[in-house]
Design a protein around this ligand. Structure first.
Ligand SMILES: [Zn+2]
Length: 95
């Protein structure tokens, strides 16, 4: 028997092998949806689309972690200002 589908010349790896590589491909910044296997395999193309959507959502969430020190600074200075207004600071007496 010479079943050409078993040779899979256009697909250098099977789905399991490809899916094992997906995290590496994403981490290396590769355009995963342009990978040969994705172009040949609808299952993996759908999977990659899902993962890219999740990754894009994660990127939207990431910036929230960055400004938190600045946000805390803002909160603290706001609290300090409120405290100053309620009670005179011991070191900054104005008369
Ligand atoms: Zn596949």
């Amino acid at each position: 028997m010479n079943n050409t589908r078993d040779q899979q010349d256009g697909i250098s790896m099977n789905c399991a092998e490809f899916q094992e590589m997906i995290p590496e491909l994403f981490e290396s910044g590769t355009n995963v949806s342009n990978e040969a296997h994705v172009l040949e395999c609808e299952n993996c193309a759908a999977l990659v689309r899902d993962l890219e959507y999740i990754a894009s959502q994660a990127k939207l969430l990431l910036p929230i972690h960055d400004p938190s020190p600045a946000v805390w600074d803002g909160i603290q200075s706001a609290l300090r200002t409120e405290t100053d207004n309620e009670a005179p600071a011991p070191t900054g007496k104005r008369s």
